[in-house]
Design a protein around this ligand. Structure first.
Ligand code: MN
Length: 245
């Protein structure tokens, strides 16, 4: 997926945000601007109150996760970039992820950390009424058999991630949906890093900082809770953009 697709994603997701004024319009990944998003990166608003996802995710976890963990990735990313063009390109957050590799751990880890969390706050929602698009629902049935089977694959990927990382639902270059998992703050955008590159349209943070205060070692219960919070409106929009690139 090329920069053009990123810009389309930025525009359409931004339009959705207009309907929900608190939904984090300052996110570097998805704000509604046709211009490439440049550093310095800043912490996007969460888009809802820290207690909005209770009882699934408690307010203290959300506050620490957003205001401390996410903020730290942004601070370290800006320091790592320190005003220099990254590999001589435009430096949208997606572009940085696509170019990141093992020779630059600070950019890979903190660029991924910023991107992943910026999206994660969108992918989960306190609004239970948002629905999945027909196109994505049909694709899930085609590629996984059913919604339950998709959730089972996501659960297994998230449970089996050893240590810290993420489980993903992504769209491949050929338009197929697939589930994968990455370590640390890697993500499927990182074509130089991951086995299965693609456009992530949903992800589950399985770092202990995402759940330990409330769930302790019960990662599976946390995963179940997250799967009940999916913002299908945003996920569906990202799917449509990825297959129409
Ligand atoms: Mn996290």
């Amino acid at each position: 997926m090329k920069k053009r697709t990123f810009l389309k994603t930025a525009g359409i997701l931004g339009a959705g945000i207009l309907l929900q004024p608190l939904a984090g319009c300052a996110s570097q990944a998805i704000q509604s601007t046709p211009e490439p998003l440049l550093e310095p990166f800043t912490l996007p608003p969460l888009g809802y109150a820290y207690n909005a996802l209770e009882p699934a995710i408690d307010a203290t976890t959300m506050e620490l996760h957003h205001s401390k963990h996410h903020a730290a990735y942004i601070d370290k990313l800006n320091k790592a970039l320190s005003g220099k063009p990254y590999k001589g390109t435009g430096r949208s957050l997606e572009e940085i992820c696509r170019l990141a590799d093992s020779t630059d751990a600070a950019v890979r880890n903190n660029g991924g950390g910023h991107y992943n969390h910026s999206m994660f706050w969108k992918w989960i929602s306190p609004n239970k009424s948002v629905g999945i698009s027909t196109g994505l629902n049909d694709a899930i049935i085609k590629h996984f058999g059913s919604m339950d089977k998709l959730k089972l694959q996501l659960t297994e990927a998230a449970k089996n991630r050893f240590g810290s990382g993420w489980a993903w639902l992504s769209v491949s270059e050929g338009g197929a949906l697939f589930v994968s998992s990455t370590a640390n703050q890697d993500n499927p955008l990182m074509t130089n890093v991951v086995d299965q590159p693609g456009q992530p349209i949903f992800g589950i943070d399985v770092w202990e900082h995402a759940y330990y205060l409330n769930y302790q070692n019960r990662r599976a219960d946390y995963i179940t809770a997250i799967l009940g919070l999916i913002n299908w409106e945003i996920v569906s929009k990202q799917y449509e953009l990825a297959i129409n690139k």
